[in-house]
Design a protein. Structure first.
Length: 233
């Protein structure tokens, strides 16, 4: 299953919002002074609300970062002073599930809460709890923002193909090809679909891969590797 990295979670949205707010007050400084105490009082309320929002967002982001640290912690038999480690995979899974479950319950409907739901789905999929994982991914696909919804859909497609629901998996991957995001590119969706088609429908798989033959870098290398697995025409 695809996983989200801390780099992919980074967003400049908050900085943009703050910048827009600061610009508003700079551009309307004279109007605020001109209209006196009422306008100034409103400005104070707005500023207070923004501070509250920032505090709430900071709390969510901190909780998400803490949960990801648990998810990324290594498994080591001997604990190291000052380092977060787990003696077994089972112990790590238990702690990770607890951290993300707490985050999802505390901040439902937020981006951080949806990311937590995605991680919980990935953990359940890794443990072969596919029905539970499917429900998690469906939740994120319906309610998450475009990026995380696309990642959840990508994982759903893999579940559908794994249990024989090929038509549903193909429909999702073709939709992702038509609506790529930062976290699921058109190339990623195309190559994944080609992999699933190459056994039963190799001609269609080849047709999907043909436009990517000239793409450089890892994508081009992967496409060439897949070509080597296709049956002769």
């Amino acid at each position: 299953m695809a996983r989200i990295t801390r780099k992919e979670l980074k967003s400049d949205k908050f900085a943009l919002e703050v910048g827009q707010t600061v610009s508003f007050f700079e551009e309307h400084r004279q109007e605020i002074l001109r209209y006196g105490a009422i306008a100034l009082g409103a400005a104070v309320l707005i500023a207070g609300f923004l501070v509250y929002q920032k505090h709430q967002r900071a709390g969510r982001e901190e909780a998400l970062s803490s949960a990801i640290l648990v998810q990324e912690a290594p498994i080591e038999a001997a604990p190291r002073p000052g380092a977060l480690t787990f003696p077994t995979q089972a112990a790590k899974d238990e702690a990770t599930t607890k951290a993300f479950s707490s985050l999802a319950a505390k901040y439902p409907g937020s981006t951080e809460g949806e990311v937590a739901q995605y991680y919980l789905g990935a953990i359940e999929a890794d443990a072969s709890k596919m029905p539970e994982a499917e429900k998690r991914f469906q939740e994120v696909a319906r309610h998450g923002n475009a990026n995380f919804a696309s990642l959840a859909k990508f994982s759903l497609a893999q579940i559908y193909y794994s249990d024989g629901r090929d038509a549903q998996g193909e429909a999702i991957l073709r939709d992702l090809m038509d609506h790529p995001t930062t976290l699921v590119s058109k190339e990623q969706a195309t190559i994944t679909l080609a992999r699933y088609l190459m056994i039963k429908r190799p001609a269609e798989a080849r047709k999907l891969l043909d436009p990517l033959k000239t793409v450089g870098g890892p994508v081009g290398q992967l496409v060439l590797s897949l070509y080597g697995q296709l049956p002769p025409q």
